[in-house]
Structure formats: C-alpha cells, structure tokens
Design a protein around this ligand. Sequence first.
Ligand code: NAD
Ligand code: ZN
Ligand code: ZN
Length: 368
Amino acid sequence: MKISAAVLEEFAAPLNVTELELAEPKSGEVLVRLEACGVCHTDLYTASGVDPSGYAPTVLGHEGAGVVERVGEGVVSLAPGDHVVTLFSPQCKECVHCVSPKTNLCLAIREQQNLGYLPDGTTRLARDGEPIRHFMGTSTFAEYTVMPEIALAHISDDAPSDRACLFACGLSTGLGAAMYTARVEPGSTCVVFGAGMVGLGAVAGCRLQGAERIICVDLSEQRLELARGQGATDAWIGGPDTVERVLEETRGFGADYTFEATGLVQVMRQAVEAARMGWGLCTVAGVAGKGETLDIIPRYLITGRRVCGSSFGGVKGRDQVPQLVQRYLDGEIDVDPFISHRITLEEVNDGFELMERQDGIRSVITFG
Ligand SMILES: NC(=O)c1ccc[n+]([C@@H]2O[C@H](COP(=O)([O-])OP(=O)(O)OC[C@H]3O[C@@H](n4cnc5c(N)ncnc54)[C@H](O)[C@@H]3O)[C@@H](O)[C@H]2O)c1
Ligand SMILES: [Zn+2]
Ligand SMILES: [Zn+2]
C-alpha cells in the first residue's frame, strides 16, 4: 500500500514527508494504522547525525499509538480493531531476560532492530523498489507501520491515542523509573532532577508509589509548575548548591531515592551525591552524550548509596504499558498537561524546532 511518511533522507536536514510503499505484514507481524505519535528527543538526536549508530534513509518516530488494521500469519494476541501502543523495547515473554523479573531488556529482536530491519532481516518500507530501513523497530512518523506482534502493547479501547502515545516512550520511562526500577517505598523522600517528559513522569511515579516528599529540580519555572501539578511537594531551580540543599533538608542524610532525567553527566553526579547514605538509590534515566563519563567518588558507594540505570523505566511493555494506560483512564495520571502542541505529519519539522527551543513538553502528531 501507499503511505505518507516522514523520511530522514540525510543527517542534519529537515525530514521529507513523502509517499512510500509499505508491504503487507509477514508471519508474526501486524499492520497498524497510526492515530497519534509524540515527537521525542531520540528522533531529533538521530536526525541530527550525532548518534553514531544512526542510519539514513529511514522513517523516524517511536512514540506511536493506533489501531490494528491487519495481522500476519500466526499472530494470536492481536486482531483488527485492537488499540495498541508501539514498543521500541519489545517483550517476547520467552527470552532469558523476559522470564526474569529483574529486567525489561528483551533480547529477541535486538540485533535486527538496531540495524533497521524487522526480525527476518528485511524491511516492509520501500521507495521505487529500494528498501527503506525502519527506525527503533517502530517508524511511526507515518500513516501506517508494520511491526512485530511482540512490540505492540494492547491497550484499552477507551484510551484516546493522542494521550496513549506518550506511554510509548517518555512518560512510561519516567513512571517506570520510580515504579519498576527504583520501586519507591511509601513514605520516602525523592529528588527528581529534570522536569521534561521523563522527569515529570518520575514525579508522577513517586506520587503513585506513595512518596511523602517529592523534590523536583529544573532550570525552568514553567516546568517546575508542571511538576507541582504531577505531585512534587517542592520545586527548586537547580544549580551547583542543589546537593547541599538536599542534605540540609534531610538532616544531613540525603534522599531515599534520586532520579536523573536530564542526560547531563554533572547532574547525574549530583543525583548520586544527593542520595542518602546507608540505602539511597540513584536511578539514571538520562542519555549522556557519546564518550561522556560519570564521575563518582567511591566513598559515596562504600557508605551505602547505590546507582542503577533504567531503560524505558524497566517497563515490560506488553504487560505493563496497558496497566499504566489504565491508571491514566482511572484518573490517577494527569496526561493532558504534557501535550503542548498538536501538529500534522507535514509539520513534523516544526515539532523538532519546538523541542530545540524547549517550547512545551511534547508535540503530538495526529493523523487523518
Ligand atoms: N532511559 C530511557 O529509556 C530514556 C527514554 C527517553 C528519554 N531518555 C532520556 O531522558 C532524558 C530526559 O528526557 P526528556 O524528554 O525529559 O528531556 P528534556 O530535555 O525535555 O528535559 C530535560 C530537563 O532537564 C532540565 N535541566 C537541565 N539542566 C539541569 C540542571 N542542571 N538541573 C536540573 N535540571 C536541569 C532542563 O531544564 C529540562 O527541563 C534525556 O537524556 C533523554 O534522552 C531516556
Ligand atoms: Zn523517545
Ligand atoms: Zn524477550
């Protein structure tokens, strides 16, 4: 079929919204009609050419939500009409990582996905007979996409796609960092560094876990206001004295849980140092620049602080994204304030510009 899609033709150039051919889903694959897609930093990072593993041409986009149109042979868990969220982090439920409760890093299709192919090593996207590679296994800056069944989360029909799409990346990453990676305990004190989509999600996750005190640190007053709306009890402008301030406010001990959602290694260091002696856990969700390293004075570790990383919030996508979406439908997560701009696919480059200016939390593309 013919579809309209936003193609990264070459790095550091605007995306080209053009017509491509999309082949029918093969065995184990699903054709999804997209209804909405968020514009995330990772799309921009790849488009800029800074990501060393990036490739072009490809169709970007990974924060998608839509409806199943057709299924390939052998697909049993999804049927036409089902509402789905796309997962760049799949869940095969069979590999050694999927069967462990300790990680969400499914091993099933990683290699082919990283190279831009579907699991059988080919693409469904093409132009004039030339294959075009998929991006993050999702390629959701498009009217339709073909994805593996194991990379789609089946969500409630009641969830509007323009909200549900945020659960495909940033929001689940933040929520999950608090809920599944750190497993914040009720009554604890948390510090969240960064109030973008990921940090705001972490604030909401700490609240859902019953944290007593949630300090959010950012450089923008406007974003801190959003953090208050998500449950932050304290909102601070960040700076070199942030660690000292956390210690002062916690009788010299530090916070039970800290979260880093800026991608800046000097802030990661602050998040480690602001964690409580004895048992403080620092969860790093931000993605640092290539080649950057995180400095930790070993004494911080000897005295009982722990550091862990979190990819997609530790969320096992097919099981847990539907649960998170349900909590939104139940009124426990306030998603609307995250949608700052609604744009069309043709306006996708405007979405990048808004993000570069830090104008709003998320621009959401709606189709049709
Ligand atoms: N782990 C994952 O699976 C995953 C998924 C999505 C995004 N990410 C990463 O998470 C990070 C955050 O993503 P986002 O979409 O929320 O980004 P964002 O750019 O919207 O938010 C980052 C925030 O950090 C704030 N900040 C900058 N310097 C600061 C400082 N010194 N102290 C406190 N706050 C400071 C900025 O004001 C901004 O609000 C990025 O690095 C992104 O690549 C990781
Ligand atoms: Zn993303
Ligand atoms: Zn797996």
